[in-house]
Design a protein around this ligand. Structure first.
Ligand code: HEM
Length: 316
């Protein structure tokens, strides 16, 4: 799918400042990755889940590497889009200009409209709806569950790590039960249902015609293993009665179902299972730019940004 239209680019970037653009881009990349690393090293990042700090440190180290791979992969994808015929300047300098214009939209009031249109475009996808209601529903559950979990994650991280919100921490706090237990469970369940449907279609039904717009099998399997791993982890915590997991049967009902088939000793390996789950999700982030997931997430954003900038008399 084409998400970058060369004819929309304005001429005017002289090739003589191409190497300066290239240098600036790579300097910015180094700065972004260094800032992320610094934030992880400096912030008093903590977790209410894992007991042994060494596991957390290992995860943070892997996360830094995966973030760097994600950024470099994303930029190399973007540079491929920037290679249009008959354009002036290097792809790097065009990318810099595109990012600057995109940021001017993101840090303006237009971000509200951009977000709402993105959600509508990404979740509603009329074309897929007309093709098959089942495929549309599976896609809605996967992306909807993922976005919900992402939003919840930001909210919980802020309230736990930054604000130390007691009702989010204490065992019977309403925010802990309704957000950390129940809302996360719903997001995870949505993904589990959608992924099971998509994988059944790919590996059991095996339709003759594969749409080029669907996610590739590797991304789906990867995501499925992470989601199942999350529920297994929750089940281990409940089976082993680890603190924060007692009395959660009602709110963490899927994790509870998993805990029923686990011995109490499963709780002894909770930290190790946490590391596997966390590292797998970090690896997924690194894998995104190299998978079709990237195009599924980025396409609606780029289309909307182009429309918004087009209305102002310019384009990306
Ligand atoms: C692609 C990213 C991820 C996905 C799709 C995912 C999915 C899930 C799911 C479905 C669950 C079980 C139900 C629930 O409570 O939501 C879960 C649990 C959990 N996840 Fe993740 N997860 C991701 C990333 C992470 C990361 C990066 C960490 C830690 C750094 C993490 C830590 C946990 C923990 C601690 C639990 C269990 C909570 C408990 O014991 O009750 N997850 N995850």
């Amino acid at each position: 799918m084409t998400i970058y239209e060369p004819s929309l680019i304005l001429d005017g970037m002289s090739s003589s400042n191409g190497s300066a653009g290239r240098l600036s881009l790579y300097l910015i990349l180094v700065l972004v990755i260094s800032a992320f690393t610094l934030a992880i090293l400096v912030l008093p990042y903590d977790t209410v889940y894992v007991q042994d700090r060494a596991y957390l440190d290992w995860f943070l180290a892997v996360m830094i590497v995966c973030f760097a791979v994600f950024v470099l992969g994303t930029v190399s994808n973007a540079l491929v889009w920037m290679r249009g015929k008959g354009l002036v300047g290097t792809p790097e300098s065009r990318l810099m200009r595109t990012v600057a214009r995109a940021l001017s939209v993101i840090f303006s009031r237009k971000i509200v409209r951009l977000t709402s249109v993105f959600l509508r475009e990404a979740l509603y996808i009329t074309k897929l709806r007309e093709l098959s209601m089942l495929r549309w529903f599976a896609h809605f559950m996967i992306l909807g569950g993922f976005l919900l979990m992402f939003a919840l994650d930001i909210f919980v991280t802020l309230s736990l790590d930054i604000f130390g919100w007691e009702t989010m921490i204490s065992e019977d706090g309403w925010a802990k039960l309704l957000v950390r237990d129940f809302a996360f469970e719903i997001a995870g369940l949505m993904m589990l249902v959608g992924l099971t449907m998509a994988l059944t279609r790919k590996f059991v039904v095996r339709p003759k015609q594969h749409s080029t717009e669907g996610a590739d099998a590797a991304s789906l399997v990867f995501l499925f293993l992470i989601v199942v791993g999350g529920f297994v982890l929750e089940g281990m915590g409940m089976a082993g009665s680890i603190s924060g997991h007692e009395g959660n049967e009602l709110y963490s009902f899927v994790g509870y179902a998993f805990s029923l088939v686990m011995p109490g000793s499963a709780g002894d390996y909770y930290d190790q299972a946490w590391l596997v789950h966390a590292v797998m999700s970090a690896l997924l982030i690194a894998f995104i730019p190299f998978s079709k997931l990237f195009h599924m997430l980025v396409t609606p954003v780029v289309i909307q940004l182009e429309m918004l900038l087009g209305q102002e008399g310019g384009a990306l």
